[in-house]
Write a protein that binds this ligand. Structure first.
Ligand SMILES: Nc1ncnc2c1ncn2[C@@H]1O[C@H](COP(=O)(O)OP(=O)(O)OP(=O)(O)O)[C@@H](O)[C@H]1O
Ligand SMILES: N[C@@H](CCO)C(=O)O
Length: 322
């Protein structure tokens, strides 16, 4: 149950009033999610998600919430932070940062079909294009520097063979990211964590619609092809074996390419970026596994899955046909 900070009815009702979001009719704590306190809040003006941020500070949130506002106002299915009369979207509850966004319709999909991958490709292309003129800058805080800091932290816990694999992959990534061919790849604000549990679909089963993309709290400026690699590694990988499902990946990339054509350099970089994305989530899961945060209620996710994904990326580099 992801309610770390109890929010009482009076506090929620007062926030709704401040944000001209109607009169509160009901609220319930949200069981999903592990990072933040989330409540579903209902009023005579609509349905909302009230989030109290447990780890992120007031200084990082303007980038994430501003990017969500930017994308939502351009018509993307992204929650829009509700603003007060002065235009502020960052509020405070119990001394912690808080936000109120509109509740998006739809459900997450456990096992994406080709149609879901295509819809994701279309939306991701639109998100990348729409974000290009977002003025704020924040690097991907889970990028190369973080990998280099985290590898030696987790190495003592994983045994010699895996410690060696981590060192070799970090070395590969440092060379790959230093190459001029990588540095010149197109960049912009990207989601960087758009797993299947961060998207919603509605519509009939045979004609789904992508109705929501949320959880922008790892977003940052990075290469577009890195963001694609993160998606391919989750939406288009068998969760039992860690192996790529090439038809799913092809569907995602073809749909993306129609709306934001990928350059030959981006296509060439995809195998290296898939390795980068696999390393990033292997490392964060290893860190959560061996060095759990104090008082964290979260059940750590299985790191070995991304070890398998990385092995598959290295052993079977995949090149899309567009
Ligand atoms: N704007 C929204 N519209 C609809 N549902 C939402 C929205 N925001 C969050 N949710 C729902 O609430 C759940 C928890 O949200 P979220 O995933 O952002 O939690 P978290 O704790 O912040 O992050 P994490 O996924 O890292 O645990 C989601 O699984 C989703 O079902
Ligand atoms: N998507 C991440 C967790 C949240 O960032 C993972 O599956 O490891």
């Amino acid at each position: 149950m992801a309610v770390y900070t109890e929010v009482d009815v009076e506090t929620a009702a007062a926030l709704l009033r401040t944000l001209d979001a109607g009169t509160l009719t009901a609220m319930e704590g949200c069981a999903g999610g592990i990072e933040n306190t989330n409540y579903f809040v209902h009023s005579d003006k609509g349905d909302w998600v009230l989030t109290v941020f447990e780890r992120l500070g007031f200084e990082q949130l303007p980038f994430y919430l501003g990017l969500m506002q930017h994308l939502a106002r351009k018509g993307l299915p992204v929650p829009e932070p509700r603003t007060d009369a002065s235009g502020n979207f960052l509020h405070s509850i119990a001394g912690k940062p808080a936000s109120l966004v509109n509740l998006l319709p739809g459900e997450s999909i456990d096992r994406p079909m080709l149609a879901h991958c295509s819809l994701l490709g279309v939306t991701l292309a639109h998100m990348h294009t729409a974000a290009l003129d977002f003025p704020a800058q924040q690097p991907n805080l889970r990028g190369l520097d973080w990998w280099a800091t985290t590898v030696p932290i987790v190495q003592p816990h994983v045994g010699e063979a895996l410690a060696q694999r981590l060192a070799e992959e970090l070395d590969f990534q440092q060379r790959f990211h230093a190459a001029a061919s990588t540095q010149s790849l197109p960049r912009g604000p990207v989601h960087a964590d758009l797993f299947r549990d961060n998207a919603l679909f509605d519509g009939a089963p045979d004609s789904p619609r992508l109705s929501g993309v949320f959880d922008f709290y790892f977003a940052g400026v990075d290469h577009h092809v890195y963001d694609l690699a993160v998606c391919v590694n989750d939406w288009c990988v068998d969760l039992d074996t860690g192996r790529l499902e090439p038809e799913h990946a092809q569907a995602l990339l073809r749909a993306y390419h129609v709306h934001r054509p990928m350059s030959p350099a981006e296509l060439r970089a995809l195998p290296g970026m898939r390795r980068a994305a696999a390393l990033r989530f292997w490392l964060s899961r290893l860190a959560d596994w061996y060095l759990p945060r104090e008082a964290a209620l979260l059940k750590p996710k299985d790191p070995t899955h991304f070890e398998r994904v990385l092995v598959d990326c290295v052993d079977n580099p995949w090149h899309p046909e567009l």
